[in-house]
Design a protein around this ligand. Structure first.
Ligand SMILES: NC(=O)c1ccc[n+]([C@@H]2O[C@H](COP(=O)([O-])OP(=O)(O)OC[C@H]3O[C@@H](n4cnc5c(N)ncnc54)[C@H](OP(=O)(O)O)[C@@H]3O)[C@@H](O)[C@H]2O)c1
Length: 257
């Protein structure tokens, strides 16, 4: 029996990871801030799939929250085989519209927490000679679009670099870059979604299935879905200045996060 720890497990993409991993028979450690919701999720997954589920209430925008999760990841009596660094959020508005405190909170959750939790997990996994880490980024990482995209670009670069450094250790690292997914993300950030064309929306369960298949194939970057693979192919050959213009006009109020 293996154990997976998922941050931001109670909604959206994290909840889809929890459903899929539970159905596959993994024990789970679920992390988020809302304890009541975590407990309800744990009970449901335990009852449906007969797996063991722990809940860990932690705010990853705080040092205490990050340290509590890192301590769980390094507990030698209860090893974690798969870490999914998924917790994240968006801030509505362009650069300088968003208060600096909110920008710093985003960096703490998207970058510092991911760095520290990846480090804690990878160290323990390297000692055991096996393990997997999925860091959830976004296709916003590949276009010049504000601090959200910049934070997710860091996740991609960091994860692929660390994967290379740990090659041969038995520890697999993969950045996951989804396009639009219907979750609580946009509503929580106060962003409207009416202008996003229907074809751009991905299904969270299919996204997770595709991500886990990519992880087992040893990929260090997963861009689920042929539509987004094609779009990201176009992005690669589009001049940066043009891309910046398109990207800053589109999707800031509504945009891919
Ligand atoms: N939805 C999209 O279109 C999309 C596209 C690309 C990438 N992503 C990325 O996918 C990841 C998941 O997003 P989602 O769309 O599934 O969002 P979501 O539905 O809003 O869920 C966010 C989850 O993260 C938890 N969370 C938020 N802040 C936290 C904090 N400070 N500490 C601990 N947990 C926290 C939330 O629970 P609590 O509130 O209880 O803490 C919740 O479980 C994010 O990294 C996001 O950037 C989303």
């Amino acid at each position: 029996m293996t154990t997976a720890l998922i941050t931001g497990s109670t909604a959206g993409i994290g909840a889809a990871f929890a459903r899929r991993l539970a159905a596959d028979g993994h024990d789970l450690v679920l992390v988020a801030r809302d304890t009541k919701r975590l407990r309800e999720q744990a009970t449901e997954l335990h009852d449906r799939h007969g797996i063991e589920v722990e809940v860990l209430t932690a705010d990853l925008a705080t040092d205490q929250g990050i340290e509590a999760v890192a301590a769980r990841l390094t507990d030698p009596r209860n090893p974690v085989d798969l870490l999914v660094n998924n917790a994240g959020f968006g801030n509505k508005g362009r650069y300088l519209d968003v208060p600096m405190a909110d920008e710093l909170r985003m960096l703490k959750v998207h970058c510092e927490a991911v760095l520290r939790l990846t480090g804690a997990a990878a160290e323990a996994m390297r000692t055991r000679g096996r393990g997997g880490i999925v860091n959830v980024a976004s296709v916003a990482a590949f276009v010049p679009r504000g601090t959200y995209g910049a934070s997710k670009a860091w996740v991609v670069q960091f994860t692929q670099g660390a994967a290379r450094d740990l090659a041969g250790s038995g520890v697999r690292l993969m950045a996951l870059a989804p396009g639009f997914v219907r979750t609580e993300f946009h509503q929580r950030a106060g962003m409207g979604t009416d202008n996003i064309p229907g074809w751009m929306w991905l299904d969270a369960d299919k996204l997770v299935a595709s991500a886990l298949a990519d992880l087992s194939r040893g990929k260090t970057l997963s861009i689920p879905d042929p539509r987004y693979k094609a779009l990201m192919g176009l992005v690669k050959v589009t001049p940066r200045a043009l891309l910046g213009g398109i990207s800053s006009r589109t999707g800031r109020k509504y945009g891919p996060q």
